[in-house]
Ligand binder design. Structure first.
Ligand code: SF4
Ligand code: SF4
Length: 187
């Protein structure tokens, strides 16, 4: 019987083969945390999160807001002395946590990502009016009014269509998306 994979190995396997096992290469220098523009919004810095993955602290990692706060700026990647692709590691954790349905439930990120993937599976395109409900109510009445004003201005300038358009060969795109993340079928 095949040995059960550790959490650390599972996450490493979600990255491209060329990355090898990036977590074991981390020397805990903290350059990524010192570099990160979003670190103040994270409950664990990137350095801490990588140490936690290495220690197989699965529940703590999956319930962290760190990877949902990552702005994908890739600044940590270019400065990491061990050459670790930290930004893609954050993406891998997003995919994994949604696949396992284990993430902090009060975050906007997972709801937004799920709405985005489902919308792409329906039409092959991004369509903002469908995405808006996943975050718009989080910002109260003032936020809703501001978003409505922005949307109206975009519609009047012809920059926001009222109905989504479908791409050609949508089935091909769906097949690709299904290989990346096991969500996306319209419910
Ligand atoms: S910069 Fe790289 S080696 Fe240093 S703590 Fe971050 S991931 Fe680890
Ligand atoms: S890619 Fe993410 S983790 Fe890395 S520095 Fe940018 S925001 Fe921080």
């Amino acid at each position: 019987m095949a040995a059960k994979l550790t959490f650390s190995k599972e996450i490493a396997n979600l990255l491209y083969a060329m990355h090898g096992n990036p977590i074991k290469d981390c020397i805990q220098c903290g350059t990524c945390s010192g570099t990160c523009p979003a670190v103040e919004f994270m409950d664990h810095s990137p350095r801490e999160l990588i140490a936690m993955i290495g220690a197989n602290l699965k529940d703590e990692v999956l319930h962290s807001n760190t990877y949902w706060s990552c702005a994908s700026c890739y600044y940590c990647n270019v400065r990491c002395p061990a050459g670790i692709d930290i930004a893609d590691l954050m993406y891998a954790l997003k995919r994994y946590s949604m696949w396992k349905d284990q993430y902090k439930k009060d975050l906007i990120g997972p709801k937004f990502s799920e709405s985005f993937v489902k919308m792409i599976m329906r039409t092959g395109r991004s369509f903002e009016p469908v995405l808006a409900p996943s975050y718009i109510f989080k910002y109260g009445t003032r936020g809703i009014i501001q978003e409505a004003q922005t949307a109206s201005a975009l519609v009047l300038k012809g920059r926001l269509p009222l109905l989504p358009k479908k791409i050609k060969r949508l089935e091909n795109l769906k097949r690709m998306v299904r290989r990346i993340i096991p969500i996306g079928e319209p419910s």
